[in-house]
Design a protein. Structure first.
Lengths: 113, 110
């Protein structure tokens, strides 16, 4: 199993640009999670999906952030427009029900200049 | 100005010694717990898990202990190696609600 696959690994963009982060969960996992990790706040849950449906997006910082899961094998996290304070490492994770097999991807390091 | 970040608990151990990393959890109804290891520049990696109907679980060089009375979880690493240097997180799960601790930074001194 290739695990949770995220792309790109690194992204550098200018303030105001749109950024799209991608995630492929482990096949068969029906839960998908997006996290943001910073030195200031640690690991923060942004949103999670169950069977492609967003269940809890209370962690999404503001309207500039949006996430979609068009099918069971793909999810995107979009920031538009991006700001320097969005600079962080963004992780995607997937699991079976009740956390079984909970696995993180390698993350996308986003730098907004 | 000076940046302020999370102040992770830190633990330094001599190579070959045993390490014990502690975690207090908050929800007495949490029924599943996971320890993760995060090395610099990588995502958190699963180490070992334990369900609330158990007090102890052992893996390769690692043992997790669960004390439900005081809502405490610990990770013991035997014969700590330089490759064990990382940040260790505990996670508590209740249904499909996940809560991660801030982590403990382990440094192994050769």
């Amino acid at each position: 199993d290739a695990g949770v696959i995220q792309s790109p690994r690194h992204e550098v963009t200018e303030m105001g640009q749109e950024v799209t982060l991608r995630c492929k969960p482990i096949s068969g996992h029906d839960y998908l999670f997006w996290y943001r990790q910073t030195m200031m706040r640690g690991l923060e849950l942004l949103i999670y999906f169950n069977n492609n449906v967003p269940i809890d997006d209370s962690g999404m910082p503001e309207d500039r952030f949006s996430a979609k899961m068009p099918n069971a094998s793909f999810s995107t996290l979009k920031i538009q427009p991006s700001e320097p304070r969005d600079s962080a490492v963004y992780f995607c994770a997937s699991s079976l029900d009740r956390g079984v097999g909970y696995t993180f991807g390698s993350g996308t390091r986003l730098t907004v200049v | 100005g000076e940046s302020v970040g999370l102040h992770l608990p830190t633990l330094s151990v001599q190579e070959g010694d045993n390490s014990i990393i502690n975690c207090a959890y908050s929800n007495s109804a949490s029924d599943y717990f996971i320890w993760y290891k995060q090395e610099s520049g990588k995502g958190p990696q699963f180490i070992i898990d334990i369900r609330s109907n158990m007090d102890k679980r052992q893996g390769q060089r690692v043992t997790v202990l669960l004390n439900k009375t005081v809502k405490h979880l610990s990770l013991q690493i035997a014969a700590t190696q330089p490759g064990d240097s990382a940040v260790y997180f505990c996670a508590e799960i209740h249904g499909n609600q996940f809560y991660f601790g801030t982590g403990t930074s382990l440094t192994v001194i050769p």
